[in-house]
Design a binder for this molecule. Structure first.
Ligand SMILES: [Zn+2]
Length: 384
C-alpha cells in the first residue's frame, strides 16, 4: 500500500515567493498557509526524507490556461493583473471583494497552476506516487469568470492535461472542502472520464449555493457527479457516515488509477467562514480512507481560513500521504496536540451555529435522506 511511497517518491509543491503573495490584509485568503504548513511539516518531522522532493513551480506557457478558460477571460485577467480596470473585467468577476484586482495575480495563478500540472505529471510518469500542492486547489474558478477567491482553475487544467497525456487513466476527483467545487463540476459534468465526488456544506447556507444531491451529471456523465450536501450541524460523525456510505463504495468500485483531492480545511469547527463542525479527526480519517483505496494521489490545498489549524490539517495530510506519523521533536508523539482535544474550541469563536442537539439531529436526518437518495439514483449507474 502506501509503503510504496518510500520507493516511488512524493512531491511537495512549495515556493516562499508564492506563499507570501498578498491578497490584502483584510482578505480571508492567505497563501502563507503553505509556508505555515511547510514549517509545521519540518517541525513535526514529516519533511526532508530522501524520497521527498520539493518542487518549486516554474511559470508555464500561458497557453495552458486554454485547457479550461476562454480566450477573452484570459486576456481580461492579464489586463487586470497589470492594473487595468473596466466594466468588462468586472463582468468576469474580477475587481469584486472576493476577487480583487491584485497586481501580478495572473503570473501568480499561472505559476501555481504550473505547480499543480507538474506535480500531476510526476505522478503520471511514475516519478512520484503522491504529491501535495498546498498553494493550489482553486475549485471555484469558472471557464469565463473568477469567483470565490479563485482566478484560475488549476485543478481542471491539470486534469485536462492528464487526460490528453494519459487518455486511458481513470481519474477520480474528491473534494472535502466546506464549499461545493462548482468550477470542477462544471468542467466535467458530462464527462464520465472524471468521477466527481464532493462533500460540502449545503448550498442553503453557504456559497456557492450549489452542490445539491440532485446534481448528478448529464449525458454520458450521468452518475459521475456525486454531491453530498451537509447541514451546518454536521460533525465528524455525520461526515464519516456519509463518507463511508457513499464515497467509499463508489470510489472502491470505480477503482481509479489516480485521485485528485481538494483537501480544503474549512470544514473545521473553528473556520470563520463556514458552519460545519469537523475536527482534525474527521478530516484525517477521510484522507486516510482515500489513500487506502488509491495511494496515487495529487492533493491540493483549497480553502481553510483559520491559518494555523489549516496548516495543522495539511501537515497531517502530508504525513498520511507519506505513511508517517507526525512527531514533535520536543514533545514526542503528539497525537493529543494534533488531534481532538485541542480542536474542541467552538466556544473560543463567536460561531452562531453552536453544536446544539437540535442542529446535530437535523444534520443526521438530512444526511440519511441524502445517502438514501444517492443510493437510489447513482449506485445503479455503477452496478451497485
Ligand atoms: Zn472552501
Amino acid at each position: 500500500m502506501n509503503d510504496d511511497v518510500q520507493k516511488s517518491g512524493s512531491v511537495f509543491v512549495y515556493s516562499d515567493e508564492l506563499a507570501w503573495f498578498d491578497f490584502g490584509s483584510d482578505h480571508y485568503f492567505k497563501p502563507e498557509r503553505a509556508a505555515k504548513t511547510y514549517e509545521l511539516c519540518n517541525r513535526y518531522g514529516v519533511m526532508n526524507y530522501d524520497w521527498m522532493k520539493i518542487l518549486n513551480p516554474e511559470c508555464p506557457d500561458a497557453s495552458i490556461l486554454k485547457l479550461f478558460h476562454d480566450d477573452e477571460y484570459i486576456r481580461l485577467l492579464e489586463k487586470a493583473s497589470n492594473g487595468e480596470f473596466s466594466l468588462e473585467i468586472l463582468e468576469r468577476g474580477i475587481g469584486t471583494q472576493d476577487n480583487p484586482i491584485l497586481p501580478g495575480i495572473f503570473e501568480w495563478s499561472l505559476r501555481v497552476t504550473g505547480g499543480t500540472v507538474a506535480a500531476l505529471n510526476r505522478i503520471l510518469k511514475g516519478e512520484a506516487l503522491t504529491a501535495f500542492n498546498p498553494l493550489g486547489g482553486f475549485h471555484h474558478a469558472r471557464r469565463g469568470s473568477a469567483e470565490g477567491f479563485c482566478y484560475v482553475n488549476d485543478i481542471v487544467i491539470a486534469i485536462k492535461d492528464a487526460l490528453i497525456k494519459s487518455p486511458d487513466k481513470k481519474i477520480a476527483y474528491i473534494d472535502i472542502d466546506a464549499h461545493h467545487g462548482n468550477g470542477v463540476q462544471e468542467a466535467f459534468y458530462d464527462d464520465p472520464r472524471v468521477f466527481f465526488l464532493c462533500m460540502h456544506e449545503t448550498g442553503k447556507t453557504l456559497y456557492p449555493w450549489s452542490g445539491n444531491e440532485n446534481e448528478t451529471g448529464e449525458g454520458a456523465g450521468r452518475g459521475f457527479t456525486v454531491n453530498i450536501p451537509l447541514e451546518s450541524g454536521a460533525d465528524d460523525e455525520v461526515f464519516s457516515y456519509a463518507f463511508d456510505e457513499i464515497i467509499q463504495p463508489l470510489l472502491g468500485n470505480f477503482a481509479p488509477d489516480l485521485v485528485v483531492a481538494e483537501l480544503g480545511a474549512d470544514m473545521l469547527i473553528s473556520d470563520p467562514l463556514t458552519h460545519l463542525k469537523l475536527t482534525n479527526n474527521g478530516y484525517i480519517r477521510a484522507v486516510k480512507k482515500v489513500i487506502q483505496i488509491c495511494p496515487r494521489i495529487l492533493a491540493l490545498g483549497g480553502g481553510g481560513y483559520d491559518l494555523y489549524r489549516t496548516a495543522r490539517c495539511w501537515t497531517l495530510a502530508w504525513a498520511a500521504l507519506n505513511n508517517l506519523e507526525p512527531v514533535d521533536e520536543y514533545a514526542g508523539l503528539v497525537g493529543g496536540m494534533m488531534f481532538g482535544p485541542e480542536m474542541e474550541v467552538g466556544s473560543l469563536f463567536d460561531n452562531p451555529y453552536t453544536n446544539t442537539g437540535e442542529a446535530k439531529d437535523k444534520a443526521v436526518i438530512e444526511v440519511k435522506r441524502v445517502v438514501e437518495h444517492l443510493k437510489k439514483e447513482v449506485f445503479p449507474v455503477h452496478g451497485l
